[in-house]
Design a protein around this ligand. Sequence first.
Ligand code: TXA
Ligand code: MG
Length: 345
Amino acid sequence: METKILKVDSPSSPLLEDAAAVIRSGGLVVFPTETVYGLGADALSSQAAKKIYAAKGRPSDNPLIIHISSPDEAEAYTYTSDTYYKIAKLFMPGPITVVMTAKDTVPLETRGGLPTVAVRCPENPIANKLIALSGRPIAAPSANLSGSPSPTNVKHVIDDMMGRVDMIIDGGSSDFGLESTIVKIENDGSLVLLRPGKITREDLLAASFDVKLASAVTEGLREGETAISPGMKYKHYAPRATFVLLDGEKEKIFDFLGDKTGQNTAFFVYDEDETYFSRLLGVTLYRLGPRLDEESQAKRLFALLREADECGHSVIYAPLPRTEGIGLALYNRMIRAAAHTIIKL
Ligand code: TXA
Ligand code: MG
């Protein structure tokens, strides 16, 4: 398939009309959002949903998020509630996805056969305008091949999707860099946090929501465990190299890595520790961002995993993030990329 690449700088670009026409005719368009790039198609067409699964190489029982241009459009596709509108008022448009009971208007293919559907109203003006111009919701998973890190710039998209989609919209680098927060609304109005993101558990608690953390978000944490604990079935966002998380002070990490030099080893270092670790000749350092600036780390993580992979390292080590605030989103993506391999130092 021939893939057209459009550089779009503003939501008023006339090129977005061409992209909307592709969506309306059942084609695939990769578009930027504030979280990661999405692989979009008409959410109301089962044929279009099937094309998404094929282009990504994704199992068709893993449901798609439907993207709307305004929160009240959810009425047509789900049974909404006061809880939904409270979330919408506080956080939409923005990087949050809400799972609710689906209406029959959403094809089973789009929702992976589930009785529920996930709805998100993106803030990125290009994404928002594309949905509005298309005149229908856009189903969009992250625009990576199944299993690899989500794309946060157009180079990643081209690497994974060239020849597999009709069009790619280049809208620059993603603002946040990790996928949206996903919450499910339960019958009693409480929330289950299924995937942490920029809208944090603390943000939801501060707005007085009753929030439970789904165990899968942090599963695999083995407090006090020294042995490696692989859990291959959870592997995701995974580089080709072995990715391992190190839980310990920087001095302990230094000693640990001291034994790994000359083994084609990489380490994701906090910016301020770069000089300290640069004494370890034979370990390639990649700057993850300042230790306390988790937004910078979130923005870089997926790009670093791809970059380190291209350099052909056999093992990539990274410090284990904390589980508070945006740290929880980093923690969740990193333990999955590492297939839950955490070494306690
Ligand atoms: O930031 C994002 O959410 C990006 C951009 C493109 O919007 N999209 C994204 O989609 O990350 P995807 O498909 O890569 O991840 C969506 C996740 C999947 O893990 C899927 O299993 C889950 O959402 N999901 C979708 N519908 C669901 C449902 N009805 N119930 C539970 N989980 C659902
Ligand atoms: Mg994804």
